[in-house]
Design a protein around this ligand. Sequence first.
Ligand code: NAD
Length: 337
Amino acid sequence: MSKTITVIPGDGIGPEVTDATLTVLGAAGADLEYDMRLGGVSALEQVGNPLPDETLDSIRANRIVLKGPLTTPSGTGFRSINVAIRKEFDLYANVRPVRTIVPGGRYEGIDLVLIRENTEGLYVGVEHYIGMEGDPRAAAESVMIITRFGAERISRYAFDYAQKHGRKKVTLAHKANILKYTQGLFLEVAHEVAMRYPAIVWEDRIIDATAMQLVLDPYRFDVLVMENMFGDILSDLMAGLVGGLGFAPAGNIGDEGAMFEAVHGSAPDIAGQGIANPTSLLLSACMLLDHVDQSGTADRIRAAVNRVVQSGEVRTVDMGGGATTREYTDALLRALA
Ligand code: NAD
């Protein structure tokens, strides 16, 4: 029986890359039905709410979401809808695989997975001003929250993931040397979990040194696990190892549901021009297909992406080519045929 999923095309380039992704899914024979819903600035403009109840109800019913990027105003305005959905449905594990597809880049043969804790850390959004506006002594304060429960389940997820996917090593990136309580707790708990997986090599590294080592020698890593904000930052760095944000998929996984999205944002600088690279969302859709036991279809799409990108004949602007989203999508359809 075909699986119904909630689809939120989102803002900026979101509708363009979502359209391309659904076209390829259809051609590949994905057994999915789509419940199209609003979210983000486009929802605010159309129905006065960036996260309408109808969208939340749809996610509650379907439990699987494919989401385009959503614009979040910086500094002021509504809080991130991405973060709100992750919190509402307790999608605690953000899984971000990065794999070299484009040949001839700075690095060849990259194959890493970053697992980011998605519900805690500084992104809980507990922040406030201290003192009156305009007071020279005024300050702003954000609270980092790490719970034993949260650190334990994300560490377990990382080791289970490594075990299931035949990965050899898990690295915890942390800052326990400075943030002794919050990061210290994460390190302590991850170490306890690691002891239960003797077949998997385990190491912990300071986050800043990890960032440098990822640039100098990414091959020393395999699966990386870390708290929310560190994971947000390092996953963009890791996307850079494989040719940029256009190739970085993500899955937000919880016990009751899952949401798949591109790592990149709504790219307002190129929105509406028909030149966005849809690969990131398409590869996220492949993770979704894996999640709903349609890995055969996912593998065929991934093979088509590899063929098109590696042949170099049709490349979008971010890949150094001149193809439009439509031309690139057509090439994928030919590769699938
Ligand atoms: P961005 O990822 O949107 O863009 C960064 C750069 O990468 C831009 O030059 C853009 O043109 C390019 N780029 C991104 N995706 C591309 C694609 N598929 N094809 C070709 N080029 C691509 O980051 P930003 O500009 O910092 O953020 C824009 C908005 O997106 C902000 O409102 C931010 O909050 C939001 N955002 C949303 C998500 C999400 O929905 N998960 C993630 C990150 C940022």
